[in-house]
Design a protein around this ligand. Structure first.
Ligand SMILES: [Zn+2]
Length: 109
């Protein structure tokens, strides 16, 4: 992953798990898994706690019962920026590839 992408993600998350559990982020999660054609674009990435897909919020994201938007189905046609993720507190967040994270409903064009 490009170092600039990692830096932008750290800046967006403030070093904290973006699921909102209150722990520090340790891992980078791909919402559209790399095995499903996911890329290293910021809208596809979440800074999560845990390690190696098995523990913490990163583990939750890979166990199939995560809140909406943590793992994007291979059948989902929308781009990652158009699929919000819902954190542990039930808040919806929109991510974009420029490193922005916006809470709530996206403005209609
Ligand atoms: Zn967490």
């Amino acid at each position: 992953m490009p170092p600039a992408t990692v830096e932008a993600l750290e800046e967006r998350s403030g070093g904290m798990c973006e699921a909102g559990c209150g722990r520090r982020a340790q891992d980078i999660h791909h919402r559209r898994f790399l095995s499903r054609g996911g890329r290293h674009n910021l809208a596809n990435l979440l800074a999560l706690c845990g390690s190696g897909n098995h523990t913490g919020c990163h583990g939750i994201a890979h166990r199939g019962h995560a809140p909406a938007g943590w793992a994007i189905s291979r059948h989902e046609r929308r781009g990652e920026a158009d699929v919000p993720f819902v954190d542990l507190a039930g808040r919806s967040w929109w991510l974009d590839d420029a490193g922005q994270k916006t809470q709530g409903r996206k403005e209609s064009p």
